[in-house]
Design a protein around this ligand. Sequence first.
Ligand code: NI
Length: 387
Amino acid sequence: MPIINRVAEFHEQMKEWRHDIHAHPEIAFEENRTSDIVARELESFGIEVHRGLAKTGVVGVLKNGDGPSIGLRADMDALPIHEANEFEHRSKHDGKMHACGHDGHTSMLLGAARYLSETRQFKGTINFIFQPAEEGEGGARVMIEEGLFDKFPCESVYGVHNMPGKDTGTFHLRSGPLMAAYDTFQIRVRGRGCHAAMPHQGVDPIVVASQIVTALQTITSRNMDPIESAVISVTQIHGGDTNNVIPDGVFMEGTTRSFRPEIRDWLEPSMRRVVDGVATALGAEIEFDYLRRYPSTINHVPETAIAAKIAAEVAGDSRVTTDTPPVMGGEDFAFMLEKVPGCYLFIGNGDGEGACMVHNPNYDFNDEILPVGATYFSRLVETVLAA
Ligand code: NI
């Protein structure tokens, strides 16, 4: 089956929402205008609206008799990127841009909300979850901490993300880890500055930092089972001002990615051991800070099977990949999947015009997949909450 006819009838309206939101991007926890639009539209469909979770979060509740409850989630935030596109709906806010397609995710979930409120071919409760601050700030975590699943209990939860470079409207998912855990670290090396010609009079933090960078790589290459996967990337090193002075200190920063929670838990102490060990051996002092940001996005088996079945109904079997390779990027829907079973999947944004990768100043969400996502969400509800 393809796209639900009634959903196709409001393709134009979904495009209008999408272009309006795209032209007025708002970044983490500042999604005031966007959440006003979401709340206004949900209310116009007769859906009960709750605001204020995680500042700008919106939850719409649509109940139709007694039955199970389901959560459908969209993210609303933009990125601090200056848009390079010149089309009519380009960003009106310099330095802010919907470069990840959250404008599209919000619009497709609004489309599903409109269809489901009109047709009500389900029994139970739908929670439409519009979250702020997916990009690095963990809006999903904040909504949960503020009581999302206590106030709006969900027996399962589902989310989607567009994926550039994959054929328009194709579905890509897998059970188990789909996206990586995302953590960050900072290392401050304190040596003792001195004349560059007399290094024996000080402790050179640049030599220490260099050894730390290479020693850290032995964690993933020598200490971890090669069948597992993880990345440790040092992405910044700052130290020194000129060519004849050994500085006092060096600052380093970076990120780790991993899939299995056991590996994630093991990375921090392993890094601490290496960093402390190298510093001690070379006579420097260390400050090591490790920040756990997003867990890995781990799809649950039964919900992934349901999502795959619906995806095949919408797109056709040949356009659904159920063993798509995991992605090293992070996603804060992971926090929801830690609390409630569910599935997160990708919908192809196109490999022609839609191929520009997300987080790029030339990216745009592909409007052709608005009815695909809206139909997927709608059919999911009509299946999981079958009347
Ligand atoms: Ni995104």
